[in-house]
Design a binder for this molecule. Sequence first.
Ligand code: SAH
Ligand code: SF4
Ligand code: F3S
Length: 436
Amino acid sequence: MKFYIKTFGCQMNFNDSERIKGILKSLGYEQARSYEEADIILLNTCTIREKPDQKVYSHLGEYKKVKEKNPKAIIGVCGCLAQRMGAELVNKAPVIDLMFSSFNIHQLPQLIQQAQAGYKAIAILEEPPEDEDKLWEYPTVRDNQYCAYVTVMKGCDKNCTYCVVPKTRGRQRSRSLQSILSEVKALVEDGVKEIHLLGQNVTAWGQDIGMHFADLLYEVAQVEGVQRIRFTTGHPKDMDERIAKAMGEIPTVCPHVHLPFQAGSNRILALMDRGYTKEEYLEKIQMLREYKKGITFSTDVIVGFPTETEEDFEHTLDLLEKVRFEQVFSFKFSPRPGTPAYSMEGQVPDDVKTQRMARLLNLQKKILSEIAKEYEGTIQEVLLESYENGKLVGRTLTNRWATLQGPEELLGKTVLVRVEKANPYNLECSLVSVLS
Ligand code: SAH
Ligand code: SF4
Ligand code: F3S
């Protein structure tokens, strides 16, 4: 029996898919090379913007054909669109045999049995069930041998007015320290060098269990064999001095933070209910720079939030110039049903969003080419994580992709490299020495 999973969305969804693969392997399934040969096809969906919603329907249309050849094949949908739409999704796409969400991934074995018996196995819950922590008993199946994601928190307690995540993933539930550490230990024993802690709001970890994210950083750093620690996504409101201090004190925490600011205008930030001002955001950046030498930043931005004026938008551009992010993920505002911003007055026309987006991308391109120049000739530490087209590929501590010539045996090693040529998205490097 074979499975095929297609994943959309964020790293949390990606890590959920890794866990689903672990469950399916434990049931005796093997990974199929393509959906055509699979006995169970799963779509792990995202609904953050309208675009990913649409992709799901076109994929389901494709998968329908598999049933013509293999009538026993099971087609399942999970993830955030499944949670948001529930049974309505099955009405729209009757080809679906099985459905669950991030609340009840651990129930997959029973759901598969139900579907195999010929029933529609639809289990969309209002609230996460009490036994949801059973999920952590399953290992993940990873493609990357050396860098691993570890989900440390589910859900989100913020209420940004544009966002569906609190609805699709529920309220914040921090995973226990003990459960996290035992997964980290198992991963290190399996050869993992870099641990990437995940949560929609990872810097709020612990708030619901009487702990603080800084404690988690110190604890993970204590696990022998952990060479690098990263985390995603940080929220400016929770990014406090304790975290900055921990980052500074722990050498294995990488000098890079993904810290979405979403908008530069204080008026728009208030409408978004983000809980900080532009000035406060800049103070956090400054604080992190003081505690963590050489730190770099990436961010998310929304363009064209309801009522955004030219002047508001210029504050967004100004923030890009002030912080000089290494990476900017920018999105046109997409009104999501059920969120307050969906029905706000003053929706921005699409052509205005498109024009502003183009200006933002242009500015960021310029900044990026300047940043790239600063890398040229420098020595960087790179963890080599894959071998592609005859080249070793890895990331610098500051989260830039680097490629270099060298033997495949160096995979999994941390090396020092010299940056020969810096392209906006890739540093072409030469080997200086092997560290470990
Ligand atoms: N928890 C993260 C965000 C997760 S969603 C945080 O608070 O930073 C990833 C990104 O999608 C967001 O940062 C935001 O930039 C974008 N996004 C979320 N909802 C959106 C919407 N309705 N329209 C456009 N972009 C959106
Ligand atoms: Fe959405 Fe805001 Fe929570 Fe991020 S912090 S997941 S944007 S509600
Ligand atoms: Fe998408 Fe859900 Fe992640 S909506 S961005 S998959 S939390």
